[in-house]
Design a protein around this ligand. Structure first.
Ligand code: HEC
Length: 155
């Protein structure tokens, strides 16, 4: 082999080694923050007002709607309205008591007399609290929130 050829061959090998080792990539810099949502102080069993309304709607549709109707307007001569009910607005505790224990005898709702009977409910305190929270925040009523403790107090 000629000297010049040996030189050429080693030059090619050197170039090959150099490119194989060439420029490793920089690892991507991590910029992720460790920020977390604040820990809630609310007990896990305590529902928010929005959750009560949502769950109360289901109770309403299952239980109350049959008499008080989907629009809360009741049935004239038979079932009084919960929509814009002045009876409900005037005395929430008495209204809750009526659902817990049943209600009969003459009552006047929005100027109209009813003399019928609502059977006592077997719903839990929480279900009744949720359904009243739903009713108070729907059917053009004035809003509000009822807790299971409020219901328990009428038992
Ligand atoms: C079987 C029919 C029936 C069901 C079911 C029923 N109610 Fe009633 N409700 C009545 C009747 C009848 C009255 C009026 C009783 C009277 O004349 O003394 C009444 C009265 C009321 C009143 C007071 C008057 C008014 O209109 O504001 C409220 C509040 C009420 N019901 C809420 C509820 C809720 C909440 C539910 C579901 C958990 C429910 N009712 C389920 C028949 C029913």
């Amino acid at each position: 082999m000629k000297k010049s050829n040996i030189f050429k061959a080693s030059a090619i090998v050197a170039i090959a080694i150099f490119s194989a080792c060439g420029g490793g990539e920089q690892p991507a810099t991590t910029t992720a923050t460790t920020e977390e949502a604040p820990v809630s102080m609310v007990a896990p069993t305590e529902l928010t007002k929005e959750q009560k309304i949502e769950q109360g709607k289901a109770v309403y549709e299952k239980v109350c709607q049959a008499c008080h109707q989907a629009d809360g307007k009741g049935v004239p001569g038979a079932f009084p309205p919960l929509a814009e009910s002045d009876y409900l607005a005037a005395d929430l505790t008495k209204s809750i008591h009526g659902v817990v224990h049943g209600l009969s005898g003459e009552i006047t709702v929005n100027g109209v007399k009813f003399n019928s009977a609502m059977p006592k409910s077997d719903l839990s305190d929480e279900e009744i609290a949720n359904v009243f929270t739903y009713v108070l925040n729907n059917f053009s009523n004035k809003g509000g929130e009822v807790s299971a403790a409020d219901v328990a107090a009428t038992r």
